[in-house]
Ligand binder design. Structure first.
Ligand SMILES: N[C@@H](CCC[C@H](N)C(=O)O)C(=O)O
Length: 282
């Protein structure tokens, strides 16, 4: 099986093209994402034909679980479609479980910048999904915010947003580098209040247009970046009045930009890269 290794801001994926969807992608993800016995990546992207859009993408986490959405994966997939000449033009549509996403490609200093409409954020707890005690936290512009959850003796105030996939966003005052994400991340991911588990973002606001963030991804662990996580942070930051319509999100792997003006779709932009092609022999 031929594959392409792609990455965006250090969030890396193995991408395979297939005309057929009838395949055990879960087992392939578990094997190919393994950093010792496989190719090594945060996830597996499957590029498929679509009856509703130009292409279809499925995304599997390194633990084999399937996610509904993936911002960096989408941008990597679009980059692959452009570099292989498969893209029909500078605008293209991709079908995902979270809905159809439209990508727009522009050249910045000669290299493609990919901006994706990541859909309208979902704030309704049942749809995220998150099970909450209605006596706790606040409801601001529809978002359950400042919801207290204890983990490892620390009280976190969480904000819940779905970008098709679930996110818990936690604003902190100290540098994100000092946050014990390897301990608290798995505890929040698997807290029983999240029936489908969750991604966790810890965020420090630098100014209205800039934040720093680290992410613990559902089904992966800490990654260098997360596109849907960056979108969720922009939404939570806007609703809480901490950030404006455009936010530069500084991550361990680099920078993403998310645009949201309080309604409609969130737009995500940043770079993506093809790293190498290979053949999977197992
Ligand atoms: N890194 C991705 C998100 C991948 C899926 C996530 N781990 C989940 O299970 O929801 C992104 O860039 O959005």
């Amino acid at each position: 099986m031929d594959f392409t290794k792609v990455q965006s801001v250090g969030n890396d994926f193995v991408l395979v093209e297939s005309r057929e969807d009838a395949f055990d992608w879960k087992s392939l993800a578990l094997a190919i994402c393994d950093r010792h016995y496989g190719v090594g990546s945060d996830g597996l992207l499957v590029l498929l034909p679509s009856l509703k859009a130009d292409f279809r993408m499925r995304i599997f986490n390194a633990d084999g679980s399937e996610a509904e959405a993936c911002g960096n994966g989408l941008r990597c997939l679009v980059h692959h479609l452009i570099t292989t000449g498969m893209a029909p033009g500078e605008m293209l549509s991709i079908e995902t479980y979270g809905g159809i996403r439209i990508a727009q490609v522009t050249l910045i200093n000669g290299s493609p910048n990919i901006k994706i409409g990541m859909g309208v954020p979902i704030l309704e707890p049942d749809e995220i999904p998150v099970e909450i005690d209605s006596d706790l936290g606040d409801r601001i512009c529809g978002m359950i915010s400042n919801y207290p959850v204890e983990a490892n003796g620390k009280q976190l105030n969480l904000n819940f947003v779905s970008m098709g996939n679930p996110h818990a966003v936690c604003f902190i005052d100290d540098a994100v580098a000092d946050f014990p994400l390897n301990i608290i991340g798995p505890m929040i991911e698997r807290n029983s209040m999240f029936p489908k588990r969750t991604n966790l973002e810890v965020v420090r606001v630098i100014n209205h247009g800039t934040v720093e963030m680290r992410v613990w991804e559902r089904g992966v662990g800490e990654t260098l970046a997360c596109g849907t996580g960056a979108c969720a942070v922009a939404v939570a930051g806007w609703i809480l009045g901490r950030t404006g319509n455009r936010v530069d999100i500084k991550l361990p792997g680099g920078q993403l930009t998310a645009d949201w003006c309080g309604q409609g779709e969130v737009y995500l932009s940043g770079r993506a890269e093809t790293v190498f092609n290979g053949s999977w022999l197992k």
